[in-house]
Write a protein that binds this ligand. Structure first.
Ligand code: NAP
Length: 178
């Protein structure tokens, strides 16, 4: 499975239920990467997402307490999630977060590719991507951009990256921004 994430230099992904930054170009990248895939997310990520996007895609939402949305698949754990993924044999699955869900899937060895946007700098954050779990993975730089400074709300640099390099079927991190 793939995962897609944007994090700062310390792995920060969110603050008080929101993204720490506003990077429209990265949101577009996210939409492109997840198009036609089954999106797997935690309930709080679902809460933070535009509902239309969740409903346009096949979405699986992890929740222990349940959710009132019959346009997504709600699962209470990994077994139920993999059952739903199995219902879409022709589709790839992509884990989109947040912290607990990234950790769960990485710990179980289910992620073999991470599309990673590295946002330069350290932002106030209370949720994190576990960067240490992909330490040492093969990194493929996809595209480097250095002209996104005006997109940042909190200062710092950003280099956007998108596809291009040769893809090998090994564990890898696709770097988006360094
Ligand atoms: N920068 C990025 O790339 C990125 C990526 C993803 C998310 N985010 C941001 O991160 C924030 C949300 O992430 P988060 O880490 O706080 O929360 P999250 O992982 O999205 O959701 C946590 C919730 O998922 C459910 N859950 C977690 N583990 C479960 C398990 N093993 N079984 C069943 N349900 C489980 C629980 O839902 P219930 O409470 O309903 O039981 C839990 O409260 C949002 O602000 C979002 O915008 C950023």
């Amino acid at each position: 499975m793939d995962a897609v994430v944007a994090c700062d230099e310390k792995g920060g992904i969110a603050i008080r239920g929101k993204l720490p930054w506003h990077l429209p170009e990265d949101l577009k990248f996210f939409r492109d990467i997840t198009a036609d895939k089954v999106m797997i997310m935690g309930r709080k990520t679902y809460d933070a997402m535009p509902k239309r996007l969740c409903h346009e895609r096949t979405s699986i939402v992890f929740s222990r307490r349940g959710l009132n949305d019959d346009q997504v698949h709600v699962v209470d754990g990994m077994e139920a999630c993999l059952d739903v993924v199995g219902q879409y044999p022709g589709k790839e699955a992509c884990v989109i977060g947040g912290q607990d869900i990234f950790t769960l899937f990485l710990d179980q060895g289910l992620i073999d590719q991470v599309y990673l946007t590295r946002v330069k700098g350290v932002f106030p954050a209370d949720r994190f991507f576990p960067l240490e779990k992909v330490n040492g993975w093969n990194e493929i730089l996809l595209l480097q951009r250095e002209d996104f400074l005006t997109d940042l709300t909190h200062g710092g640099g950003f280099r956007c990256v998108s596809e291009g390099a040769e893809i090998q079927r090994s564990r890898r991190v696709k770097l988006q921004g360094v």
